[in-house]
Ligand binder design. Structure first.
Ligand code: IPM
Ligand code: MG
Length: 356
């Protein structure tokens, strides 16, 4: 079969890690007899430099024309002026919104060989297998932003707004995932303070009672969740939460896995189209040095195969190759331990591709 993928390498380490995921995809093609047409397009800071826009129209058109999008990272010090009118991040938020990708799946597992790479005590990490389902196209990220001044000086506001329909669709999706996994859904909110959270709480409770009564359902305030993720991470199965809480909690959760460089994500909407990206950022401090861990992006390409193209065996082949590479101790500096030498981004990528 022929499959079309749009690659958006972006900024910083983005191009380096996307190159390694591309190798993995071509290795899958060779082994399983598929052909992956991978077209590159601009996003983020590099798109601002070349076109003036962080999300050129041609990029959106290219993404719509393909079957899935593989993204590296956006942003960097060059574009960091807080007063700038255009920012690289607008490209990322814009493409999520343009493609209607409202559900961001961020699975967190701890590979046994990486237990020592986590700052947490090993006994806390046994059995960790959780999935954060982050709402991705609503909330404070997309509400009206204002900046003005009055007689007291400057003021600013970010509106956090959610509609019933936005909450319902993501809760149903998350509950469906929980049903296929370990049957436990946790809603994370701040219902003791925020009206949006009270809406989430009442809608979720109703859906769970009426449509998913076979599942275990509970809720947790976001501050308590931040604590419990470190105290008893293996108690979680699926967490469903709003946009900003999900952003923050998944950076925290990545430390369970040992490194930001290990966690993939899938952003899904109503159809088969999806956007796949590591949860880490552009890491400008190590960009261009061959130090970046490509595994999060390679694992994101596995999610791409699974969710957008329905290629389960192929996805598993990528995941198995990543495990084999970890077992062989071929790792970048962020997860190298003891006497393991830190390998380069492309050495790790080559090692994965050759094991596919
Ligand atoms: C993420 C990132 C983005 C987000 C930034 C770069 C806009 O932190 O994907 O988690 O906040 O969604
Ligand atoms: Mg983030």
């Amino acid at each position: 079969m022929d499959y079309t993928i749009t690659a958006l390498p972006g900024d910083g380490i983005g191009p380096e890690v996307v190159a390694e995921a591309t190798k993995a995809l071509h290795a899958v093609g060779a082994r399983f007899g598929h052909s992956f047409q991978i077209h590159e397009a601009l996003i983020g800071g590099i798109a601002i430099d070349q076109t003036g826009s962080p999300l050129p129209d041609e990029t959106v058109a290219a993404c719509r024309a393909g079957g899935a999008v593989l993204l590296g990272a956006v942003g960097g010090p060059k574009w960091d002026d807080p007063n700038a009118k255009v920012r690289p991040e607008q490209g990322l938020l814009g493409i999520r919104k343009a493609l209607g990708l409202y559900a961001n799946l961020r699975p967190v597992t701890v590979h046994p060989l990486l237990i020592d790479a986590s700052p947490l005590r090993p006994e806390r990490l046994a059995g960790v297998d959780l999935m954060v389902v982050r709402e991705l196209t609503g909330g404070i990220y997309f509400g009206e932003k204002r900046r003005d001044r009055d007689e007291h000086g400057e003021w600013a506001s970010d509106l956090c707004i959610y509609s019933q329909a936005e909450v319902e669709r993501i809760v149903r999706l998350a509950a469906g995932l929980a049903r296929e996994r370990n049957g436990h859904l946790t809603l994370v909110d701040k219902a003791n303070v925020l009206e949006t959270s009270r809406l989430w709480r009442s809608i979720t409770t109703k859906i769970m009672r009426e449509e998913f009564s076979d599942l275990q359902f509970d809720w947790m305030l976001v501050d308590a969740c931040a604590m419990h993720l470190l105290r008893r991470p293996s108690d979680f199965d699926v967490i469903v939460t709003e946009n900003m809480f999900g952003d923050i909690l998944t950076d925290e959760a990545s430390m369970l896995a040992g490194s930001m460089g290990m966690l993939p994500s899938a952003s899904l909407g109503a159809g088969q189209m999806g956007l796949y990206e590591p949860i880490h950022g552009s890491a400008p401090d190590i960009a261009g040095q061959g130090k970046a861990n490509p595994l999060a992006t390679i694992l994101s390409s596995a999610l791409l195969l699974r969710h957008s193209f329905g290629l389960e065996a192929e996805a598993r082949a990528v995941e198995a190759a990543v495990s084999a590479v970890l077992e062989a101790g071929i790792v970048t500096g962020d997860i190298a331990r003891g006497d393991q030498v830190a390998r380069s981004t492309s050495e790790v990528g080559d090692a994965v591709a050759s094991r596919i």
